[in-house]
Design a protein around this ligand. Structure first.
Ligand code: GLU
Length: 316
């Protein structure tokens, strides 16, 4: 048993928690607790307009209602605080300066429209592979553009494949240049990008195990590259299948009947956890269960690799 496991919840509370977030929080919590580990809550509110504090507060209340406790972070604070990304700009700035010192970042003046209009390959998740246009600007061209627009900042990636072993999906690899492209470190509005913030925070907060949706699997090679550049020790990663609506769509904030405001009126925490644990393969039949009772039942082998389609009517 690993004694020093530190897992985390890292939600971006742009609304009330929905079932997909609960599934992810439950699995992250179980994976850490099954190793006797601690949990930390970091609020990913980089986009402050979309993530007002009231949702972060509600999220804490929802986690506690579910019985998903944490020892550090959120409004509880702790020795690695602050735990709200909106308050950690100085940390990200110092990471950026480290990368600047290595000569690995450059300003990018491309607008969103230009990025999409470029004949660049689109990746499987819909992202556009950045053409590297602004990497090749001359100092004069850079100065001329800088007088007109505030640039974003990108990190140059080498022609290199980054591989790691995911706790759920096994071996995963991506070629940084061909599959990721030079990626954003800071947006043109000055907000630091997710990839940099999450890497700096997980490392500096002492997180050893990252459990999150498999939609972020393809972010991990970029993050591992950042860990290396910044001289930080990476955690282990476990990506989990996504919950889908009965028609196969990804759950979203539009599915208001599946947010915790609505679900808490209809179910007890034990009923809800029982449904999710059954969907996640931890229970053989659907029955009410507490989060604590699920700890000994958790194992990575039981989790399905396919996304989980919620049966129609299950929640009705
Ligand atoms: N804040 C991200 C989200 O809510 C998750 C980031 C992560 O787990 O790395 O989608």
């Amino acid at each position: 048993m690993e004694e020093n496991t530190v897992g985390r919840f890292a939600p971006s509370p742009s609304g009330r928690m929905h079932l997909g977030n609960v599934f992810c929080a439950l699995m992250a919590w179980l994976a850490a607790r099954a190793e006797g580990g601690r949990m930390l809550l970091r609020v990913e509110d980089l986009d402050q307009e979309r993530c007002p504090r009231k949702y972060a507060d509600l999220l804490e209340e929802d986690l506690l209602w579910l019985g998903l406790s944490w020892e550090e972070g959120g409004s509880r604070g702790g020795r690695h605080g602050p735990y709200y990304q909106s308050e950690r700009t100085a940390v990200y700035q110092s990471c950026l300066e480290q990368l600047q010192g290595m000569g690995l970042v450059y300003p990018c003046f491309c607008s969103r429209a230009e990025l999409h209009a470029a004949q660049a390959p689109h990746l499987s998740d819909g992202r556009v592979l950045y053409s590297g246009r602004c990497r090749r600007l001359t100092p004069e061209e850079r100065a001329a553009l800088a007088a007109q627009r505030r640039p974003a900042i990108r990190l140059m990636v080498p022609e290199e494949t980054v591989a790691f072993t995911d706790l759920c999906y096994g071996e995963y690899r991506e070629n940084l240049q061909q599959e990721c492209g030079d990626f954003l470190i800071r947006r043109s509005d000055g907000v630091f990008a997710y990839q940099l913030a999450v890497t700096a925070d997980d490392a500096l907060m002492g997180v050893t195990q990252v459990v999150r949706g498999r939609d972020l699997l393809s972010s991990t090679p970029r993050q591992l590259y950042l860990y290396r550049l910044l001289g930080l020790r990476p955690p282990v990663f476990g990506h989990i299948p996504l919950l889908l609506a009965p028609d196969g769509r990804r759950l979203s904030k539009r599915d208001g009947d599946l947010d915790l405001g609505a679900l808490r009126l209809r179910f007890t925490p034990e009923q809800l956890l029982g449904k999710l644990a059954f969907a996640g393969g931890l229970l053989e039949r659907e029955e009410p269960v507490t989060a604590e009772e699920l700890i000994p039942l958790f194992s990575w082998e039981k989790l399905p690799r396919q996304d989980i389609r919620l049966p129609a009517g299950l929640w009705g």
